[in-house]
Ligand binder design. Structure first.
Ligand SMILES: Nc1nc2c(ncn2[C@@H]2O[C@H](COP(=O)(O)OP(=O)(O)OP(=O)(O)O)[C@@H](O)[C@H]2O)c(=O)[nH]1
Ligand SMILES: [Mg+2]
Length: 278
C-alpha cells in the first residue's frame, strides 16, 4: 500500500476518535525506513490529523533542505579526484558513469579508473561506460592492487577530473576497508588534498543497515557527500532523510535509473510525490 494511501487510511481510522493516534503515524514512518528515533520525532510533531502531510513535509524540509547540493568541481585542482565508495551492488559503477556524463557535459575532461580489480566483470562494466561516454579509462587485466592502479592513473591523467570506481566486495569486509584506506593514502601521496571528494553511494532500497554503512565508510575516510542510487525503485525512501538527520552529509544527487543521464538533484516535492505513487 502506498505511503500516502496508508496515511489516508490512518486518517480515516482515527477520524471520529477523541484522541489523535500518533503511534499509528509513527509505525508507518518506521515501515518507510525513517528509523525509530526519527519516526517518533516526526510523528510527535504532528498535532492533529489535519496537519499530517503539511507537518511532515515541513519537518523533512528542515532536515534535508540545507544539505541538498550540486556537485562542484574545483578546477584549481588538476586532476580533481573523486572516489566513489559503498557496499556491493549499491550503484557505484553506474554512478561513475553518471558523474562522468554530467561533468563532461559541464565542459570538463574526465578520466575514469577501474579500481574494482577484484572482479573482471567490474572492469568490463566500466569499459562499456568509458566507450559509450568517450572517456579514457585506466584499468588492469590482472588483479592488480587498486591503490597501485589509482596511483598510475593520477600520475598519468591529463584530464580535469579523475573518477575512481572501487570494489564493494572483497574476501571480507576488513580487506575491503584496508584496500580503500591504502587507495586514499596513495592518492594523497600524489596530491595531499586528494581525493577531493569521497562520495558514498547508498542504495535507496537497502533499508535498515544504512546507518552502519555510513559509519563503516566514515571510519576509513570522511565522506564528502552521498548519492542515493535506485530512488526510482525505492519503496521506502525514508532512508535518505534518516541519513541526512543523523550525519548531516551533503546530498549530491539521486539515481533514478540505469542510464548515464539518470542522476538528478534531490527534490523534496518529487520525493513525497514518488512515495505517494508507490
Ligand atoms: N533502477 C536503478 N538501477 C540502478 C541505479 N543505479 C544502479 N543501478 C543498477 O544496480 C545494479 C548495481 O549497480 P552497480 O553500479 O553495478 O553497483 P556497484 O556498487 O558498482 O556494484 P559492485 O561493483 O558489485 O559493488 C546494476 O544493475 C545497475 O544497473 C539507479 O539509480 N536506478
Ligand atoms: Mg561496481
Amino acid at each position: 500500500m502506498s505511503f500516502f494511501k496508508k496515511f489516508s487510511t490512518a486518517i480515516s481510522k482515527i477520524r471520529g476518535k477523541a484522541a489523535f493516534d500518533v503511534a499509528y503515524i509513527e509505525d508507518i514512518l518506521i515501515e518507510a525506513d525513517f528509523g525509530i528515533g526519527l519516526a517518533a520525532r516526526l510523528a510527535s510533531a504532528i498535532g492533529s490529523e489535519a496537519e499530517i502531510l503539511e507537518k511532515l513535509k515541513a519537518n523533512i524540509e528542515a532536515i534535508v533542505a540545507s544539505l541538498i547540493s550540486d556537485l562542484k568541481i574545483d578546477n584549481s585542482k588538476k586532476p580533481f579526484v573523486i572516489v566513489l565508495c559503498g557496499v556491493n551492488g549499491s550503484g557505484k559503477t553506474t554512478t561513475v558513469a553518471k558523474l562522468a556524463h554530467l561533468l563532461t557535459r559541464q565542459g570538463n575532461t574526465v578520466d575514469i579508473v577501474a579500481c574494482d580489480t577484484f572482479r573482471i566483470a567490474a572492469t568490463e562494466q566500466l569499459t562499456f561506460w568509458a566507450e559509450k561516454l568517450r572517456c579514457r579509462i585506466f584499468k588492469s587485466d590482472s588483479k592488480r592492487e587498486p591503490a597501485s592502479l589509482a596511483f598510475d592513473a593520477i600520475e598519468r591523467t591529463k584530464s580535469d577530473v579523475l573518477i575512481v570506481d572501487t570494489a564493494g566486495r572483497l574476501q571480507n569486509n576488513s580487506n575491503l576497508m584496508d584496500e580503500l584506506a591504502k587507495l586514499y593514502r596513495v592518492l594523497g601521496r600524489f596530491d595531499a588534498s586528494a581525493p577531493h571528494m569521497n562520495i558514498l553511494i547508498i542504495d535507496a532500497t537497502s533499508g535498515q543497515n544504512v546507518i552502519e554503512q555510513v559509519e563503516e565508510f566514515q571510519k576509513v575516510r570522511a565522506i564528502s557527500g552521498i548519492i542515493i542510487a535506485k530512488m526510482d525503485g525505492a519503496a521506502k525512501g525514508g532512508t535518505i532523510v534518516r541519513i541526512a538527520d543523523e550525519f548531516k552529509l551533503q546530498i549530491l544527487g539521486v539515481g533514478t535509473g540505469e542510464k548515464e543521464f539518470d542522476l538528478e538533484r534531490f527534490s523534496i516535492d518529487k520525493f513525497l510525490k514518488d512515495l505517494a505513487k508507490l
